[in-house]
Design a protein around this ligand. Sequence first.
Ligand code: MN
Length: 222
Amino acid sequence: MRFKNVFLAALLVAALSPAAKAQFTLPALPYPSNALEPAIDKATMELHHGKHHAGYVKNLNEALKGTSMEKQSLAEILSSVSKASVAVRNNAGGHYNHSLFWQIMSPKKTAPSAEFSKAIASTFGSVDKFKANFADSAAKRFGSGWAWLIVQKGKLKITTTANQDNPLMDVVAEHGTPVMGLDVWEHAYYLKYQNKRADYISAWWSVINWPEVEARYKQAMK
Ligand code: MN
């Protein structure tokens, strides 16, 4: 009984504190910040997650304040982002993209299953050809942006977006459900790789969380 009252009091304090009003929160990294070394170094990971992603979350909450989108889910905001401010577009994209990015990487060495390899091969010829195409698209994305593997009308497709846009937004040409995304902003690799984006992309394949990518693919195909 006593425990219950303390618990309820804590809930009340949480509900009344300014922090509780923040609609979106920074998700914790699913692994330690040095876990993806050597592909992604600890310093880059800490800045990328703790400063860049945290900044998108903070700025998104501020940009949503007092707008009609304040109570919407991230998916709802993205699907009608053409009606939102530039700040909401950039920071909602930044929050979604980075949340996905941390999840589709893992320190565990994994590989695409036979079933998923077959699905990839049926579209791109082979898993290796898919990787080559994806890496090429990521390397050619001019300036800051993302490379994506998406499901579009039941089919796998590679696409890229500028800035923090993503394929869920109603403003992009290639609409679809992201199953894999690669951040090619300089903040994602410059500390370790400097201008050598291709080296970063090539190292990135060693930290893909293939079971997570496949789970997202299966969900998108439902
Ligand atoms: Mn980033």
